[in-house]
Design a protein around this ligand. Structure first.
Ligand code: XIL
Length: 312
């Protein structure tokens, strides 16, 4: 079979996967390198990973993934600079004035984006800023800095690597609804103010049989606003155990998502959140669910893999 990355490249699209650095050897490394033209570190670039103690950095896994990607002629999607989860304890347990927290964030972004300047195609600068009703999520950032933390983070990231595409990434924004409309209105506002924003990431952690029917329309409205769209964390979870009926539905779901991206020129591509069921966050996060990725635990391609190939 033709590798997914060759099929994607022929259409000018990205087909990516989230990866765990320590696993990039053997079959896992062979498939990650052969099948995908983009890698996203699943955890390695999060603040809690790179600065577990204030001022003391650990870039080992992030560097490893970037080096692997360069050796395999792959893009890297940087993930993520500002989020409410997986922050270091020293940061979340501290008491900070707005001025202190703003400068901690500015330094974090300058340090991390600067380290990988020229090596990251796109950064998920801000991750998951919205609640389901489209209001801003109450977290360390919003509660202390107000909504301006988003514009400031984008501006600081642009200063550190002017060539990187800068994204806001969220979940449950795949279809047209209150949350995706809040994202749309934010992007429109940022563009109007001249804030550097290049794209929106639709995570797409989906449930079997529940691809939103307005996915393509939603991608198109962002494209019409003048930003790129990426599907950044695609997986389709099912109640375990898997069976052939569920795997066929999953293949149809993957195909709908790929088709929607292929249909819109400004959709840059699709990244799966782990390519094998042996490296998926689903079973530990959603008890009773799993089998969410295109390859099974033994690296055998599932119907979903073939569906991706057919759509590309
Ligand atoms: C997940 C990782 O895959 C897990 O290994 C980790 O324990 C928790 O985070 N949205 C995101 C990703 O933006 O960073 C999350 O990744 C999944 C949900």
């Amino acid at each position: 079979d033709t590798p997914l990355r060759d099929l994607a490249a022929a259409k000018g699209k990205v087909i990516g996967t989230a990866v765990t650095g320590s696993k990039l050897t053997g079959t896992y490394g062979d498939l990650a390198g052969a099948q995908f033209n983009s890698l996203t570190p699943g955890n390695a670039m999060k603040w809690g990973s790179v600065e577990p103690t204030q001022g003391s950095f650990n870039w080992t896994e992030a560097d490893q993934i970037v080096a692997f990607a360069q050796a395999h002629n792959q893009q890297v999607r940087g993930h993520t600079l500002v989020w409410h989860n997986q922050n270091p304890g020293w940061l979340t347990n501290g008491t900070w004035t707005a001025a202190q927290l703003g400068s901690l964030l500015q330094n974090h972004i300058a340090t991390e984006v600067g380290r990988y300047k020229g090596k990251i195609t796109a950064w998920d600068v801000v991750n998951e800023p919205f609640n389901e009703d489209g209001t801003y999520r109450s977290d360390l950032w919003y509660d202390t800095l107000g909504a301006d933390y988003i514009a400031n983070a984008l501006t600081w990231a642009h200063a550190a690597d002017p060539a990187a595409k800068l994204y806001i990434n969220d979940y449950n924004v795949e279809g047209v609804d209150a949350k995706s409309t809040a994202l749309y209105n934010l992007v429109k506002d940022l563009k109007g103010r001249g804030v550097p924003i290049d794209g929106v990431g639709l995570q797409a952690h989906l449930i079997l049989g529940q691809v939103p029917s307005s996915l393509q329309q939603n991608i198109q409205r962002f494209a019409d606003l003048g930003v790129d769209v990426s599907i950044t964390e695609l997986d389709v979870r099912m109640a375990l155990p898997a069976d052939s009926t569920k795997l066929a539905q999953q293949a149809a779901d993957y195909k709908s998502v790929l088709n929607a991206c292929v249909a819109v020129t400004r959709c840059a591509g699709v990244t799966v959140w782990g390519f094998t069921d042996s490296d998926s966050w689903v079973p530990s996060t959603f008890p009773g669910y799993g089998a969410a990725t295109p390859y099974d635990e033994n690296y055998v391609p599932k119907p979903a893999y073939h569906a991706i190939a057919e759509a590309l």
